[in-house]
Design a protein around this ligand. Structure first.
Ligand code: PLP
Length: 447
């Protein structure tokens, strides 16, 4: 006989898989869902469900599992550290993986000038690191305002959400938000109102920034420009090459700090350790999270040492930041990226995916654009006349790929973009099977 306990069916005849499936509706609906899968394990680019089905995971847990699921070297480092000490709070103790990470990670800070040193502050989530970056900028400059870019996503805490403009669902019904935040246009060539070229989009964006200085806020009151080097949630938009260097120049001219939010674009995702490196841009503060510890909660900011050290004792902090097990996972992640040549692989597989995606979408008029860099790739769906966004097609495409055992996500303000985020370890065979699944999916949805 079936009983219910707190609304859950308890039935001795249920299989183990059925038991887990029955528990799914306990999870609150605030977690908008892409799939109903209950996962048993993950290995490399693959996940396996409690029912024994295997899926090629080109979501990477939203760009997190860059070294693949449960990489043996990362898993071993986690187990080894967990057996020694799990939590050695940063105000109380130094721990070895944390010290090593503070020594190693800042060496990757982009475009360090000769003689400059970089330093690291660790926290847990992307949003928390965004908070740290913006707090540091305000603290160091004693200026009140921040300029972010339209379409940007920076997280869900009150501060990070106030800086986010990629979709109303992230900020709607939460007013009042943080004051003194202004938005300039992100250069998005496909949807640029003054013409669909990189040059026009760049000019439009920079003119929008200058307009803010002329109409809304004096530059000398701006602490920071906060920008994603590649727009993430807002649609996987790669800006023109001149964009970040132009922001660097404007920031220098006005004594503003440039903050690169590399939460999604960092840790090898674009084929360089940090996307800012593609244009040799030196951010004042770089924000990282997601891929840095292969799935353990770890985030942080890097900055030149003299800037980061402006944060006096107690000016910022947190109980869990720089957790010992997470730091051990981060060190193993850095090792795996180097030992397995994952930056090269990201570029190589990214190029293969991009060229094949362009080939298979060529005869599909509602594919408005295929774009991306490294393994941060996207297909945007829109009506050929007028570019009306087609989130329905993106959704159907993701569903058709799912039916072919390929996991994908959407992004873009209207959900009209499909993003393809393979782990950096993905191989030729997986890329080829993803391409054929996507080719079939395109035909199946009649795009
Ligand atoms: N910044 C960017 C660019 C992101 O893509 C995200 C998450 O997707 C965040 C910040 C927030 O990170 P988290 O969800 O870990 O708080």
């Amino acid at each position: 006989m079936t009983q219910t306990v707190n609304g859950v069916a308890v039935d001795a005849s249920m299989t183990e898989a059925e038991h887990w499936l029955a528990l799914r509706d306990r999870v609150p609906p605030v977690w908008a869902r892409y799939t109903d899968l209950v996962v048993e394990r993950g290995e490399g680019a693959w996940i396996e469900t409690v029912q024994g089905e295997r899926y090629l995971d080109y979501t990477c847990g939203i760009g997190v599992t860059n070294t693949g699921h449960a990489h043996p070297r990362v898993a071993a480092a986690i187990a080894e550290q967990a057996a020694k000490i799990i939590h050695a709070q940063q105000n109380i103790l130094y721990h070895q993986p944390g010290l090593e990470l503070h020594e190693r990670l800042p060496r990757t800070f982009p475009a360090l000038a000769h003689g400059d040193e970089a330093a690291l502050f660790l926290s847990n989530s992307g949003a928390e690191a965004v908070e740290a970056a913006v707090k540091l900028a305000k603290y160091a400059t004693r200026r009140p305002a921040v300029i972010a870019f339209r379409g940007g996503f920076h997280g869900r805490t009150h501060g990070a959400m106030s800086l986010t403009s990629s979709g109303v669902k992230y900020r709607g019904h939460y007013e009042p938000l943080l004051p003194s935040i202004h938005f300039a246009p992100y250069p998005y060539a496909l949807r640029n109102p003054t013409g669909a070229t990189d040059e026009a989009a760049l000019a439009f964006s920079l003119a929008g920034l200058e307009e803010l200085f002329a109409t809304m806020i004096y530059p000398e009151d701006v602490a920071a420009l906060l920008v994603e080097p590649v727009l993430g949630e807002g649609g996987y938009v790669v800006p023109p090459d001149g964009f970040l260097p132009a922001l660097r120049e404007i920031a220098d001219r006005h004594g503003i700090l440039l903050i690169a939010d590399e939460v999604q674009s960092g840790v090898g995702r674009t084929g360089r350790m940090w996307a800012s490196e593609w244009t040799d841009t030196r951010p004042d503060i770089l924000i990282m999270a997601k891929g840095i510890a292969s799935g353990m909660p770890l985030s942080g900011i890097m900055a030149r040492r003299e800037l980061l050290e402006k944060f006096g004792p107690g000016a910022h902090g947190g109980t869990y930041g720089g957790n010992a097990v997470a730091c051990a996972a981060a060190l193993a992640t850095l090792d795996v990226i180097a030992a397995e040549g994952l930056l090269d692989n990201a570029r190589r597989q990214g190029d293969r995916l991009l060229s094949n995606l362009r080939r298979i979408t060529a005869d599909h008029p509602t594919v408005a654009e295929v774009r991306g860099i490294g393994l941060m790739l996207a297909i945007e769906f829109a009506d050929p006349d007028g570019l009306k966004p087609r989130p329905d097609l993106a959704k159907d495409f993701i569903q058709a790929a799912f039916e072919r055992k390929l996991l994908l996500l959407s992004c873009g303000t209207y959900g009209q973009v499909v993003r393809i985020i393979p782990p950096l370890i993905t191989n030729d065979t997986e890329v080829d099977s993803a391409i054929s699944a996507m080719s079939e999916a395109l035909t199946a949805i009649g795009a």
